[in-house]
Ligand binder design. Sequence first.
Ligand SMILES: Cc1cc2nc3c(=O)[nH]c(=O)nc-3n(C[C@H](O)[C@H](O)[C@H](O)COP(=O)(O)O)c2cc1C
Length: 213
Amino acid sequence: MKNVDMDFEDVVKQRRSVRSYDTERQVSDEQLKKLFELVKLSPSSYNLQPWEFIVVKDVENKRRLKDCAQGQKHVEECSAAVIVIADTNPMSHADDIFEDRLKRGYYTAEQKERNLNKVRELAKKSFEERRVWAVRSTSLACMTLMLAAKDMGLSTCPMEGFDAGCVKKEFKIPDGYEIVMLITLGYEKNRPLPRLKRYGFDDFVHFEKYEKK
Ligand SMILES: Cc1cc2nc3c(=O)[nH]c(=O)nc-3n(C[C@H](O)[C@H](O)[C@H](O)COP(=O)(O)O)c2cc1C
Protein backbone atom coordinates (compact mmCIF):
# COMPACT_ATOMS: atom_id res chain seq x y z
CA MET A 1 0.00 0.00 0.00
CA LYS A 2 2.78 2.40 0.97
CA ASN A 3 4.67 3.79 -1.94
CA VAL A 4 8.12 2.56 -0.98
CA ASP A 5 9.81 4.59 -3.71
CA MET A 6 8.88 7.96 -2.20
CA ASP A 7 10.80 9.71 0.52
CA PHE A 8 9.33 12.78 2.23
CA GLU A 9 10.56 15.19 -0.43
CA ASP A 10 8.92 13.07 -3.15
CA VAL A 11 5.66 12.94 -1.21
CA VAL A 12 5.57 16.74 -0.98
CA LYS A 13 6.50 17.15 -4.64
CA GLN A 14 4.10 14.49 -5.89
CA ARG A 15 1.06 15.70 -3.94
CA ARG A 16 -1.27 17.50 -6.28
CA SER A 17 -4.89 18.56 -6.14
CA VAL A 18 -6.52 15.71 -8.02
CA ARG A 19 -9.91 16.19 -9.63
CA SER A 20 -10.14 12.99 -11.64
CA TYR A 21 -10.65 9.71 -9.76
CA ASP A 22 -10.86 6.06 -10.70
CA THR A 23 -14.43 5.27 -9.71
CA GLU A 24 -13.69 1.52 -9.80
CA ARG A 25 -11.14 1.64 -6.95
CA GLN A 26 -12.22 2.24 -3.40
CA VAL A 27 -10.22 3.24 -0.36
CA SER A 28 -10.63 0.49 2.24
CA ASP A 29 -11.65 0.97 5.85
CA GLU A 30 -8.21 -0.32 6.80
CA GLN A 31 -6.56 2.43 4.74
CA LEU A 32 -8.84 5.03 6.31
CA LYS A 33 -7.94 3.76 9.77
CA LYS A 34 -4.23 3.98 8.98
CA LEU A 35 -4.64 7.45 7.51
CA PHE A 36 -6.46 8.87 10.52
CA GLU A 37 -3.99 7.25 12.92
CA LEU A 38 -1.41 9.54 11.28
CA VAL A 39 -3.74 12.54 11.11
CA LYS A 40 -4.24 12.42 14.88
CA LEU A 41 -0.52 13.04 15.38
CA SER A 42 -0.85 16.56 13.96
CA PRO A 43 0.04 19.40 16.32
CA SER A 44 -2.73 21.45 17.92
CA SER A 45 -3.07 24.35 20.29
CA TYR A 46 -2.52 22.96 23.85
CA ASN A 47 -2.97 19.52 22.21
CA LEU A 48 -6.71 20.20 22.31
CA GLN A 49 -7.34 18.51 18.92
CA PRO A 50 -10.38 20.50 17.78
CA TRP A 51 -10.64 18.55 14.51
CA GLU A 52 -13.31 16.06 13.56
CA PHE A 53 -13.95 14.39 10.22
CA ILE A 54 -17.07 13.11 8.50
CA VAL A 55 -16.08 10.49 5.91
CA VAL A 56 -18.67 10.30 3.15
CA LYS A 57 -18.48 7.12 1.06
CA ASP A 58 -22.10 6.40 0.26
CA VAL A 59 -22.89 7.29 -3.37
CA GLU A 60 -26.08 9.14 -2.60
CA ASN A 61 -24.45 11.09 0.25
CA LYS A 62 -21.54 12.07 -2.00
CA ARG A 63 -24.07 13.35 -4.53
CA ARG A 64 -25.73 15.43 -1.83
CA LEU A 65 -22.33 16.80 -0.83
CA LYS A 66 -21.50 17.61 -4.46
CA ASP A 67 -24.75 19.57 -4.67
CA CYS A 68 -23.54 21.65 -1.69
CA ALA A 69 -20.13 22.07 -3.38
CA GLN A 70 -20.96 23.98 -6.53
CA GLY A 71 -21.53 20.70 -8.35
CA GLN A 72 -17.80 19.93 -8.37
CA LYS A 73 -17.79 16.44 -9.82
CA HIS A 74 -14.73 15.12 -8.00
CA VAL A 75 -16.78 15.15 -4.80
CA GLU A 76 -18.97 12.46 -6.29
CA GLU A 77 -16.27 10.56 -8.21
CA CYS A 78 -13.75 10.20 -5.40
CA SER A 79 -13.85 7.13 -3.18
CA ALA A 80 -14.42 9.13 0.00
CA ALA A 81 -15.16 12.81 0.49
CA VAL A 82 -14.06 14.06 3.88
CA ILE A 83 -15.88 16.94 5.55
CA VAL A 84 -13.35 18.51 7.90
CA ILE A 85 -14.93 20.30 10.84
CA ALA A 86 -13.46 22.17 13.79
CA ASP A 87 -14.97 22.46 17.25
CA THR A 88 -14.79 26.16 18.14
CA ASN A 89 -15.27 25.50 21.85
CA PRO A 90 -11.73 25.25 23.30
CA MET A 91 -13.12 23.73 26.52
CA SER A 92 -14.54 20.62 24.83
CA HIS A 93 -11.49 18.46 25.59
CA ALA A 94 -9.70 20.77 28.00
CA ASP A 95 -10.34 18.94 31.30
CA ASP A 96 -9.35 15.60 29.83
CA ILE A 97 -6.27 16.87 27.99
CA PHE A 98 -4.97 18.93 30.90
CA GLU A 99 -5.47 15.99 33.25
CA ASP A 100 -3.40 13.91 30.82
CA ARG A 101 -0.64 16.52 30.91
CA LEU A 102 -0.68 16.44 34.69
CA LYS A 103 -0.56 12.63 34.81
CA ARG A 104 2.33 12.44 32.38
CA GLY A 105 4.34 14.98 34.33
CA TYR A 106 4.12 17.77 31.75
CA TYR A 107 2.38 20.05 34.27
CA THR A 108 2.35 20.56 37.99
CA ALA A 109 -1.13 21.01 39.50
CA GLU A 110 -0.47 24.76 39.56
CA GLN A 111 0.58 24.84 35.88
CA LYS A 112 -2.44 22.79 34.96
CA GLU A 113 -4.79 25.27 36.65
CA ARG A 114 -3.00 28.29 35.18
CA ASN A 115 -3.18 26.93 31.64
CA LEU A 116 -6.73 25.72 32.05
CA ASN A 117 -7.63 29.26 33.04
CA LYS A 118 -6.07 30.55 29.83
CA VAL A 119 -8.25 28.18 27.84
CA ARG A 120 -11.31 29.23 29.88
CA GLU A 121 -10.51 32.83 28.87
CA LEU A 122 -10.16 31.78 25.24
CA ALA A 123 -13.56 30.10 25.46
CA LYS A 124 -15.12 33.46 26.41
CA LYS A 125 -13.78 35.20 23.30
CA SER A 126 -15.87 36.05 20.26
CA PHE A 127 -16.94 33.34 17.88
CA GLU A 128 -14.65 34.89 15.26
CA GLU A 129 -11.59 34.52 17.50
CA ARG A 130 -12.49 30.96 18.48
CA ARG A 131 -13.10 30.15 14.85
CA VAL A 132 -9.58 31.27 13.91
CA TRP A 133 -8.22 29.32 16.88
CA ALA A 134 -9.93 26.10 15.80
CA VAL A 135 -9.15 26.48 12.10
CA ARG A 136 -5.40 26.94 12.73
CA SER A 137 -4.95 23.52 14.30
CA THR A 138 -7.45 21.77 12.08
CA SER A 139 -5.78 23.04 8.89
CA LEU A 140 -2.56 21.37 10.00
CA ALA A 141 -4.44 18.09 10.37
CA CYS A 142 -5.71 18.60 6.80
CA MET A 143 -2.16 18.86 5.52
CA THR A 144 -1.15 15.73 7.43
CA LEU A 145 -4.08 13.95 5.83
CA MET A 146 -3.07 15.01 2.32
CA LEU A 147 0.60 14.11 2.71
CA ALA A 148 -0.11 10.81 4.48
CA ALA A 149 -2.60 9.92 1.75
CA LYS A 150 0.01 10.61 -0.91
CA ASP A 151 2.49 8.44 0.97
CA MET A 152 -0.09 5.63 0.89
CA GLY A 153 -0.51 5.97 -2.88
CA LEU A 154 -3.75 7.93 -2.64
CA SER A 155 -4.69 11.34 -4.02
CA THR A 156 -6.62 14.23 -2.54
CA CYS A 157 -8.05 17.66 -3.29
CA PRO A 158 -8.67 20.29 -0.61
CA MET A 159 -11.81 22.33 -1.28
CA GLU A 160 -13.37 25.52 -0.01
CA GLY A 161 -15.90 25.79 -2.80
CA PHE A 162 -18.99 24.77 -0.84
CA ASP A 163 -22.01 26.30 0.82
CA ALA A 164 -21.40 25.86 4.55
CA GLY A 165 -25.09 26.24 5.43
CA CYS A 166 -25.99 23.50 2.97
CA VAL A 167 -23.28 21.12 4.27
CA LYS A 168 -24.31 21.79 7.87
CA LYS A 169 -27.93 21.06 7.17
CA GLU A 170 -27.44 18.00 4.96
CA PHE A 171 -24.89 16.34 7.25
CA LYS A 172 -26.41 17.39 10.58
CA ILE A 173 -23.38 19.34 11.79
CA PRO A 174 -24.15 21.02 15.13
CA ASP A 175 -23.77 24.73 15.85
CA GLY A 176 -20.35 25.61 17.21
CA TYR A 177 -18.55 23.66 14.51
CA GLU A 178 -16.79 25.39 11.65
CA ILE A 179 -16.53 23.58 8.32
CA VAL A 180 -12.86 24.03 7.54
CA MET A 181 -12.73 22.34 4.14
CA LEU A 182 -13.71 19.30 2.16
CA ILE A 183 -11.03 16.86 1.05
CA THR A 184 -11.64 14.36 -1.73
CA LEU A 185 -9.76 11.08 -1.40
CA GLY A 186 -9.19 8.23 -3.82
CA TYR A 187 -7.11 6.71 -6.57
CA GLU A 188 -6.41 9.19 -9.30
CA LYS A 189 -7.45 8.49 -12.86
CA ASN A 190 -5.60 11.26 -14.66
CA ARG A 191 -2.53 13.06 -13.38
CA PRO A 192 -3.18 16.82 -13.18
CA LEU A 193 -1.46 19.10 -15.67
CA PRO A 194 2.04 20.24 -14.61
CA ARG A 195 2.14 22.37 -11.50
CA LEU A 196 1.06 25.97 -11.74
CA LYS A 197 3.41 28.85 -11.07
CA ARG A 198 4.95 28.92 -7.60
CA TYR A 199 6.72 32.02 -6.32
CA GLY A 200 10.39 31.70 -5.46
CA PHE A 201 12.24 31.80 -2.15
CA ASP A 202 13.18 35.48 -2.57
CA ASP A 203 9.57 36.42 -3.29
CA PHE A 204 8.06 35.19 -0.02
CA VAL A 205 10.76 34.60 2.58
CA HIS A 206 11.68 37.53 4.80
CA PHE A 207 14.53 37.61 7.28
CA GLU A 208 14.35 39.35 10.65
CA LYS A 209 11.50 41.70 9.68
CA TYR A 210 8.96 42.21 6.98
CA GLU A 211 10.35 43.93 3.94
CA LYS A 212 8.31 44.73 0.89
CA LYS A 213 9.57 42.67 -2.03
C1 LIG B 1 -8.11 26.34 0.97
C2 LIG B 1 -8.15 25.71 -0.38
C3 LIG B 1 -9.33 25.69 -1.10
C4 LIG B 1 -9.40 25.05 -2.34
N1 LIG B 1 -10.63 24.92 -2.96
C5 LIG B 1 -10.72 24.15 -4.06
C6 LIG B 1 -12.00 23.84 -4.61
O1 LIG B 1 -13.05 24.24 -4.12
N2 LIG B 1 -12.04 23.05 -5.70
C7 LIG B 1 -10.90 22.55 -6.28
O2 LIG B 1 -11.02 21.81 -7.25
N3 LIG B 1 -9.68 22.84 -5.79
C8 LIG B 1 -9.55 23.61 -4.69
N4 LIG B 1 -8.33 23.85 -4.14
C9 LIG B 1 -7.10 23.32 -4.77
C10 LIG B 1 -6.22 24.43 -5.35
O3 LIG B 1 -6.79 24.90 -6.55
C11 LIG B 1 -4.81 23.87 -5.56
O4 LIG B 1 -4.26 23.51 -4.32
C12 LIG B 1 -3.86 24.87 -6.24
O5 LIG B 1 -4.29 25.19 -7.52
C13 LIG B 1 -2.43 24.34 -6.32
O6 LIG B 1 -2.38 23.09 -6.98
P1 LIG B 1 -1.78 21.77 -6.31
O7 LIG B 1 -2.56 21.52 -5.03
O8 LIG B 1 -1.97 20.68 -7.31
O9 LIG B 1 -0.34 22.02 -6.00
C14 LIG B 1 -8.24 24.49 -2.92
C15 LIG B 1 -7.03 24.56 -2.20
C16 LIG B 1 -7.00 25.12 -0.94
C17 LIG B 1 -5.70 25.10 -0.17
